[in-house]
Design a protein around this ligand. Sequence first.
Ligand SMILES: NC(=O)c1ccc[n+]([C@@H]2O[C@H](COP(=O)([O-])OP(=O)(O)OC[C@H]3O[C@@H](n4cnc5c(N)ncnc54)[C@H](OP(=O)(O)O)[C@@H]3O)[C@@H](O)[C@H]2O)c1
Length: 329
Amino acid sequence: MKNLQIHLIARPQGLPSLDLFQEVEADVPPLQDGQFLIKNHYISLDPAIRGWMNAGTTYIPGMALNAPVRAFTLGEIVDSQNADFKVGEFVNGLLGVQEYAISDGKGVSKVDTSLGKLSWHLGILGMPGMTAYFGLLERGQPKAGETVFITGAAGIIGTTVGQIAKLKGCRVVGTAGSDEKCNYLKTIGFDVVINYKTENIAERLAADCPEKISIVYDNVGGEQLDIALAHLAMGARVVICGAISQYNNAAIEGPKNYMKIVTARGIITGIIVFDFLNRYPEAVAQISDWLTEGSMETKEDIYEGIKQFPSVLLKLFSGENFGKLLIKI
Ligand SMILES: NC(=O)c1ccc[n+]([C@@H]2O[C@H](COP(=O)([O-])OP(=O)(O)OC[C@H]3O[C@@H](n4cnc5c(N)ncnc54)[C@H](OP(=O)(O)O)[C@@H]3O)[C@@H](O)[C@H]2O)c1
């Protein structure tokens, strides 16, 4: 059986170019004892992939060259030599950009398909949803009445954080890169939305958030983080989730306004979602309940065909994605 894979063949400098990727038709080897074969249905395109393309180790090692690009996928078990993983079950994990993957079960999670749409298990019920849930609730510690400011608010993490913050009784403010995205954020309950490409964020925060910001949930970094730091309420928590504005830069620009943390007696904290792996079931069950009762919704942006992977990945950095970015195989 043939297995179409997309390999990374060289590391990017700046924004990745399409020639860094190569289509490879590999053979699917026979299963060894303890292994099972997964037919991937969806590939998740996440900003983290850009960081993993670099050499060296951050919270995990950079991805290997001349091997399938590291990405979360969701697939169905189609053959098994492992009694714990049965044919017909669905799993997700870092299985790479390829049609088929072989696993021994390590790092792979079973998916309860009764909890929501299959593709949601790579989005709001998957790694991004977990990041939003634990990043806001554990790191941000929201209290009713507080104002939460979310950068990159129209993405899968931003929209999930915003809706959870509303459920916790907070006032929610977010930035996004188009009027269409800002209008969508209003429909899901955001109180204040700012188009960072056409509006002055500092002026809008001064006008619309005189109470100042108690929680910054930062997906973007750079200038937006600096502006947020200048508007902190006393005791503010700044949750650094990501810095997508910086991922294609040779060096990440750190915050200039960090002394505002001192004045606000605030905290800057980071989240790595994998630290909460053993608590994923609790978050999946809670978010699934919110989705079922209609107090939360999610948006997806799905493309067809594994060969499109390199060009679809770039949409994360141009802002062309609107919702959880996925490829359906
Ligand atoms: N710490 C963790 O464990 C963890 C886990 C997962 C993800 N993350 C981080 O969470 C963040 C959000 O991820 P996501 O999956 O929800 O992605 P996403 O927001 O769905 O997609 C990325 C969005 O970022 C915005 N963007 C791109 N370049 C930008 C720039 N230069 N300045 C401002 N905005 C820019 C674009 O939206 P606009 O149209 O609004 O510009 C784009 O649609 C990322 O930083 C990611 O690395 C962290």
